[in-house]
Each structure stands twice: as C-alpha cells, then as structure tokens.
Design a binder for this molecule. Sequence first.
Ligand SMILES: Nc1ncnc2c1ncn2[C@@H]1O[C@H](COP(=O)(O)OP(=O)(O)O)[C@@H](O)[C@H]1O
Ligand SMILES: [Mg+2]
Length: 254
Amino acid sequence: MEQHMRKIMEIQDISKTFFSKKGMFTAIEDVSFDVREGEFLVILGPGRCGKTVLLNMLAGLIDKTTGRVLLDGKEVSGTDSKISMVFQKLALMPFKTVQENVELGLKFSGMPKSKRQEISQHYIDLVGLKGFEKSYPSQLSGGMKQRVGIARAYATKPEILIMDEPFGQLDAQTRYSMQNEILRIWQEEKRTVIFVTNNIEEACYLGDRIILLSECPAKVKKIYEIEIERPRNMISREFLKLRTDISDNTDLAI
Ligand SMILES: Nc1ncnc2c1ncn2[C@@H]1O[C@H](COP(=O)(O)OP(=O)(O)O)[C@@H](O)[C@H]1O
Ligand SMILES: [Mg+2]
C-alpha cells in the first residue's frame, strides 16, 4: 500500500437500529474503518446483512443510531456533494437521453449548458458510450445503462464514489467486462471508490482492501489488504488462496 495515502473518511463505531411497532431491529452494530484517499475499497457481505443501510449512513442519507462518519475531518451530511452514489437499480430517467441523464446532477448545481456539455461528453467518452449521447435508456443493454450511471456519478466530480452492488443484475459475461471497465475508469480518474458486493470473487478481483462484514447485524469480521498485482488472474494460486480464506471466514453461503 502506498505510504502517502491519507485517511479521507473515518467511520467510527456506527450502529443502526430501526424502531417500529413490531419492535426493534439492529442492522449495523459498532462498525469502524477508515477509507484511504484514492483507494478501491470493497465492502463484502452476505445478502440482507446491512450493506445498503451502511452505505446510506456513509453518505449521510439516513441517521445513525450511534457513531460518526467524518469526511476530511468533518461530519458527513446528506446534502454533501463530495459523495456520489451508483445504485444497482439505476434511477435513469426514461424520457431523457444518455447525455441528459449524465448532466442531471450538474443541472441541479446550476451549471451553464456549454460547460455541462463539455463535462458530460468527457465522462460519456470515458465510460465508452461515445455515439450514444442521444439514445434513451430503453435502447441500451444492462451494461450500457450501468455505464450511464457511472458517468453520471463521476460527472459531479465527487471525492468519493459509493457503488451499491452495481453489477448485481448483469449476466456473468457483462459483469466481468464491467469489472475491468470500472478498474480502468478508477485508474484514469483517481478518485476514491467504495464498492459494495456480495460476490467474493468480484471483491478479490477489484479491491485494494476488503472489509468483510458478518451477517445481520453487520459487524466488521476482518479487513483484508490485497497485494495481488493487477490485472489479477482469477485462477492464479494467490487469487484462489485469498478467495478460499475469505470463503472460510464468511457467515453464509454468499
Ligand atoms: N427502513 C428500514 N426499516 C426497518 N428495517 C430495515 C429498513 N431498511 C433496511 N432494513 C433491514 O435491514 C436489513 C439489512 O438491509 P440492507 O442493508 O438492505 O441489506 P443488504 O446487505 O442486502 O444491502 C434487512 O433485514 C432489512 O429488512
Ligand atoms: Mg443492498
């Protein structure tokens, strides 16, 4: 791990308990970890363990029951433009073109049209959608829609990109190619990525580090530093060893 990496985000003892008429339910319990500037950090955990709840707290979109989330030393709030999200089910606007979808966040910030177009074109090119600027989401494949979501998230130039199982609904072949694409984009753009998945192989392929969560309520089980050089070979001995170590430490068959 490079030594100059500073902590960009600090997650300190956060918990989340939901209260309802039926009683209370704890989804996250005393989770702490740091995020290093520029890293590709993977959060890995079983389905329904609390990953989305955790991400929403990191982004300041829901309240924490306990703990603090600091970005550059300051507590995160939901209106923080320094954080941008990519979701599994992309909320693309069906009656807007690729370009209009990518420009959405910029439009909200009141940026003039010519500047918006310049930025959106850069990110459309970056994600490999040149020529599809005027297409509508319904005309795109699943992988291409994810590319739009990624371009839209990068276009606002956030400090941190949070991606919530972005490839969960893609077929296996598209998923592999998008894994390579997201690494290429991350290497070109040099922004911090927090990537959530329930797929061990995907986590081992992508991450500089992996935060392994337990089943619900989610706690940090172990943090893995991954030294395997990229591009990683999924059938190399060191890759399979890491994958097996993590499987052995995992609560459910995920
Ligand atoms: N608003 C809510 N009220 C009550 N329970 C919730 C709420 N949001 C999520 N949960 C529960 O928290 C648990 C974790 O959910 P989630 O974070 O979506 O899991 P995943 O790891 O699959 O992303 C689930 O059992 C879910 O039902
Ligand atoms: Mg989820």
